[in-house]
Design a protein around this ligand. Structure first.
Ligand SMILES: NC(=O)c1ccc[n+]([C@@H]2O[C@H](COP(=O)([O-])OP(=O)(O)OC[C@H]3O[C@@H](n4cnc5c(N)ncnc54)[C@H](O)[C@@H]3O)[C@@H](O)[C@H]2O)c1
Length: 423
């Protein structure tokens, strides 16, 4: 299933401007809106022309810094010299703004989450599909070369995750008590505001859809909403556990994504993944397949725009039987491989972050201009993440498991691998 149901049948994307960049209106001139505009400086495929913010002075300041026109939010959504609207406002405003932009004939680059509720996410996705407009949702992890490299190895070796785990000890130093992040009516709560990144990332690896969620949340005394949450999502016979703790100093932040395949394990460090290790037990044919992949242009090309991109393989013989068994499945395991993948480590985090946003912006432009092209992070996968996040929020409040309603199926793994957008 694709991420747009009727590709190529809607209004022309480039109109009478072939070869021209996609002209952007930014709505939301806050921290991340400013970052997006900084990123656009290195993305010739897009050109910001308009900035708007409900706090008009803030909008005007960023517009002046970026050499754009400052305008009202209403005007930005319909401006004749704008092709696509970038939405970088708090989550509860995303659906209304995105839908207004779509109705005005604009394509949309929406910050995550696609919406604060599943109902609004479904409406936005359905509207984009009925109007055949492009919606890219800025789930930056979809564009990260490390994750895509691990997807590639998983796919070629036929590995299936038994467990997915994300441990997120995040900073709250820049989140004072009165920040909208802590107001669940504005943010949707931690699972919706931040968790969607990882509910979505899990589906890059776990192909079975989510069926049920259990969750627990807690908080420091007197705090307006939970600051420590954990959810376990059942995907067929795979369990995915997501823990988010917004309780740390910036310098004490730690994140680990772990994908356990039984015979193999991926450990990925950083909330913006910058380093990963794949530990694989394989037979000689598996070793050859991995070595061929590591040397292939497919894998090498994933991070070609980043100086720090490096993939290495180390192999050892394993003493004992050439076969092993786990969960009732036999596999050849005479060789142990360690594949290390790096984007330059912690020091490269901001560069990698910017490169992933740049790739998402190029994806927007590519989908607008290349007939039939689908976004790597579109409204279907983004809606599915909001649906699971909402179940997690309810499961924590109700203190019982919540069944996940059927959302439109994300695209199969193989589609992600063949997607064009690389760094
Ligand atoms: N993809 C990522 O990695 C990533 C990282 C950080 C933030 N985000 C997302 O970006 C969005 C913005 O976050 P932020 O940290 O920049 O917040 P922020 O508070 O710094 O900025 C939000 C801006 O939106 C403006 N605003 C609020 N309601 C508005 C409305 N109805 N119309 C126009 N402007 C309005 C505010 O005045 C403010 O300037 C959030 O959805 C957040 O989840 C994404």
């Amino acid at each position: 299933m694709s991420d747009r149901s009727t590709p190529g049948s809607g209004p022309p994307r480039r109109g009478d401007r072939p070869g021209a960049p996609t002209r952007l209106a930014l709505v939301g001139a806050g921290r991340f809106g400013r970052f997006i505009l900084d990123v656009t400086r290195n993305v010739p495929q897009v050109a910001p022309v308009v900035v708007a913010d409900i706090a008009s002075e803030q909008g005007a300041r960023l517009a002046a810094d970026a050499g754009c026109r400052a305008t009202t939010v209403e005007e930005a959504l319909v401006a004749a010299d704008v092709d696509a609207v970038v939405i970088a406002t708090p989550p509860h405003t995303h659906a209304e703004l995105a839908q207004a932009a779509l109705r005005a004939g604009k394509d949309v680059f929406c910050e995550k989450p696609l919406a604060a509720t599943p109902g609004e996410a479904a409406q936005t996705r359905a509207l984009a599909e009925s109007l055949d407009r492009v919606v890219v949702v800025d789930h930056v992890m979809r564009y990260n070369p490390l994750l895509r490299a691990i997807q590639t190895v998983q796919h070629h070796l036929g590995l299936e995750p038994v467990r997915f785990l994300f441990e997120n000890d995040a900073a709250d130093e820049s989140l004072p008590r009165d920040h909208w992040f802590w107001d669940e009516a504005s943010s949707g709560g931690i699972f919706v505001e931040h968790g969607v990144h990882f509910f979505d990332a899990a589906t890059m690896f776990v192909t079975e859809p989510a069926t049920s969620v259990t969750a627990v949340s807690t908080s420091r005394q007197g705090w307006p909403s939970p600051d420590l949450v954990t959810a376990t999502v059942t995907h067929g016979d795979c369990l995915a556990t997501h823990t988010h703790s917004f309780t740390h100093a910036h310098r004490c932040e730690r994140q680990l994504m772990r994908i356990d395949y039984g015979s193999a394990e991926a450990r990925i460090a950083g909330w913006i993944p910058v380093e990963a290790v794949l530990d694989l037990h394989v037979d000689p044919a598996g070793e050859s397949a991995v070595r061929a992949l590591v040397a292939s242009p497919e894998l090498a090309g994933l991070g070609r725009g980043l100086d720090g991109w490096h993939v290495g393989v180390q192999a050892d013989d394993v003493a004992g039987d050439a076969e092993a068994m786990g969960r009732g499945r036999h596999f050849g395991a005479s060789r142990r491989l360690t594949v290390t993948l790096s984007l330059g480590g912690e020091a490269a985090k901001q560069t990698v972050y910017a490169a992933c946003v740049a790739a998402a912006l190029r994806d927007l432009h590519g989908c607008r201009t290349e007939p039939g092209r689908q976004p790597l992070s579109g409204p279907r996968t983004a809606e599915a993440a909001v649906v699971v996040a909402d179940c997690a929020t309810r499961a924590a409040a109700l203190r019982r498991a919540v069944a996940v309603p059927t959302a439109p199926r994300p695209r199969p793994l193989v589609d992600h691998l063949s997607a064009k957008e690389t760094l």
